[in-house]
Design a protein around this ligand. Structure first.
Ligand SMILES: [Zn+2]
Length: 194
């Protein structure tokens, strides 16, 4: 099991540019009430990355309807942030996958590498084992992957499917884009923090 994150600032910059495009596309749509969407980003302090992240990682794109009486929120999908989880989406996927497979990495080792404690990692594993496979997203998406993904081995199966090319940066971008619909409020039936 040799999956890892691409090194260097360009990877994080690349993910940011994907998020910016997703946000831009989202903003083109008006609110359902007809109001305009204004920027109302959420502050973030992402965890799990030992490298210095670009300053843009201090917020997650979000919009708010400008009409009084509506003020509805619209938060676009993201390849950087997984719902309300504190850790970067790529780290949640990677650490969970590293616990799986023929030679699972030990929690102590992963904690040292990514700073996530035992309870947090255990919560991610529950997410992949119980919440994610039950989500409407996965029930549709698994068909498009044309594989009988072994639920017991999520998300490792996803890494095996997506991280196959010779450009890890682009492959990770594709994997995180694939997962991005579950990063919006209501994208999963339920989500927790951490
Ligand atoms: Zn509105």
């Amino acid at each position: 099991m040799c999956h890892k994150l691409p090194r260097g600032a360009s990877f994080w910059q690349f993910l940011f540019s994907v998020d910016r495009d997703l946000a831009h596309a989202n903003r083109q749509q008006a609110c359902s009430c007809g109001g305009c969407l204004h920027a109302a980003n959420y502050p973030r302090k992402p965890r799990g990355c030992s490298e210095r992240l670009p300053p843009e990682y201090g917020c997650r794109f979000s919009f708010c309807c400008d009409r009084d009486g509506c003020r509805k929120r619209m938060t676009p999908p993201s390849v950087r942030f997984l719902g309300r989880k504190l850790y970067l989406a790529a780290v949640v996927v990677l650490v969970s996958a590293m616990r799986q497979g023929p030679t699972p990495r030990r929690v102590r080792e992963l904690s040292a590498l990514f700073g996530a404690d035992r309870r947090t990692i255990a919560r991610w594993q529950v997410f992949w084992r119980e919440q994610f496979p039950q989500s409407p997203f996965w029930k549709v998406a698994r068909g498009s992957l044309s594989l009988m993904a072994d639920v017991v081995l999520l998300p490792l199966t996803l890494l095996d499917v997506f991280l196959r090319g010779d450009d890890p940066c682009r492959d990770w971008g594709r994997l995180l884009s694939f997962l991005s619909p579950i990063t919006t409020p209501g994208g999963l039936a339920s989500e927790d923090s951490g």
